[in-house]
Design a protein around this ligand. Structure first.
Ligand code: CP3
Length: 341
């Protein structure tokens, strides 16, 4: 029997709405903070036993229907020869960002065997995960990863990225093609190691107009998603992506992730019969049980039951009380089966 999560991804009959949460493993959990006191974030990612432990622990504590591998969308940039670090409070940092055509022309051909530690973590998680629970592999989409490579870190306006994209079409194509090809190998590696589904994060694609998205981004995300085995469901998520939902679906997504600014019932109308994932505002988890219950019921109603995977509309924030997250998952499990009867 397929897992509940996989059946929902394929729009097959389900007995209740499956639930998992973006950033379900992370600093809002005391056990994670304890580990982080002893290891850096990159050390946690690169030691398969630790990455597997973090993945499995969060899944077990929350009783969600899928585990997402503990890793990061930026690990892949090390395969391009870039120097990645995570600074306390400042987020990711790439010390020599790619700003010129010459730098991009010199990028090496990616050897994703360098990411072997990720595949090892996938194997360890799959070994210890209950068989009715899915394991989601993931990667960043070429645009979102390119934005970090070009900006050197997080950004609000993506000015360097956009300047390169609008003025240097060849360099842009080379960078996006390099990232797309690397991402295909990387996701295939995760699937071969035991991931039964994948999520492609294009977190920042919403900073582009639909026209520019189609011209500068879509072909590369499409290449990634259509180069993976058809039997593995693919979720495609972006923040601020309301106007991009159909294009993101056309990239080859089986499921479209919807952010919390977009009404979920409207998203469903846009997407026809294609399943959706989302979209509770992560800020709701900072409130109280009654508020959480009301908003969760509203999301379940808009999601419409079959073809809906419950999630947040972006990642859990650090200040979130763990008990609220557990309460959310319990509420989804109870309310989504009740509303089916
Ligand atoms: O539980 C999970 O969701 C799996 C693990 C996961 C992480 N990052 C762990 C992480 C996943 C799926 C990601 C994806 C990711 N990483 C995205 C796409 C999703 C999104 O949020 O839009 C992006 C843009 C990144 C890049 C990134 N990594 C940033 C901007 C930061 C710093 C911000 C922050 O929250 O600190 C990270 C670091 C990071 N990735 C942490 C975790 C648990 C915190 C690291 C720490 O422990 O200090």
């Amino acid at each position: 029997m397929e897992t509940l999560f996989l059946r929902a991804c394929r729009n097959q009959p389900i007995e209740r709405v499956p639930v998992w949460l973006m950033r379900q493993a992370g600093r809002y959990m005391a056990e994670y903070r304890d580990l982080r006191a002893r290891y850096s974030f990159l050390e946690l990612c690169k030691q398969p036993e630790l990455a597997a432990e973090v993945t499995l622990h969060a899944r077990q504590v929350l009783q969600v229907d899928a585990a997402i591998l503990f890793a990061d969308i930026l690990l892949i940039v090390e395969c391009l020869g870039l120097n990645l670090s995570f600074q306390k409070g400042d987020g990711p940092c790439i010390s020599e960002p790619l700003r010129t055509g010459e730098q991009i022309a010199r990028l090496p051909k990616v050897e994703v065997a360098d990411l072997d530690y990720v595949y090892q973590a996938v194997r360890l998680v799959r070994r210890d995960l209950p068989e009715e629970i899915s394991l989601i592999g993931f990667a960043g989409a070429p645009f979102t990863v390119a934005s970090y490579c070009v900006e050197g870190g997080s950004s609000r306006e993506f000015l360097h990225t956009k300047r390169l994209m609008y003025t240097q079409p060849q360099a842009w194509d080379r960078l996006m093609t390099t990232l797309a090809d690397a991402t295909i190998l990387y996701l295939r590696g995760q699937i071969e190691a035991g991931a039964d589904s994948i999520q492609l994060f294009d977190s920042w694609a919403g900073c582009l107009s639909p026209h520019d998205y189609r011209k500068y981004v879509k072909p590369y995300s499409q290449k990634v998603l259509t180069s993976l085995p058809t039997e593995v469901p693919k979720i495609h998520f972006g923040r601020g992506s309301a106007l991009l939902l159909q294009d993101m679906a056309e990239c080859g997504a089986d499921v479209v992730g919807v952010d919390f600014m977009t009404p979920l019932d409207w998203a469903r109308q846009q997407l026809g019969s294609r399943p959706v994932q989302g979209n509770l505002d992560p800020a709701i988890l900072l409130t109280d049980r009654e508020t959480i219950r009301n908003h969760t019921e509203a999301v379940l109603k808009q999601g419409g039951g079959q073809g809906h995977i419950f999630n947040l509309g972006h990642g859990i924030v650090q200040q979130t009380p763990v008990d609220n997250v557990k309460f959310l998952v319990e509420t989804v499990r109870e309310q989504s089966s009740v509303s089916f009867l």
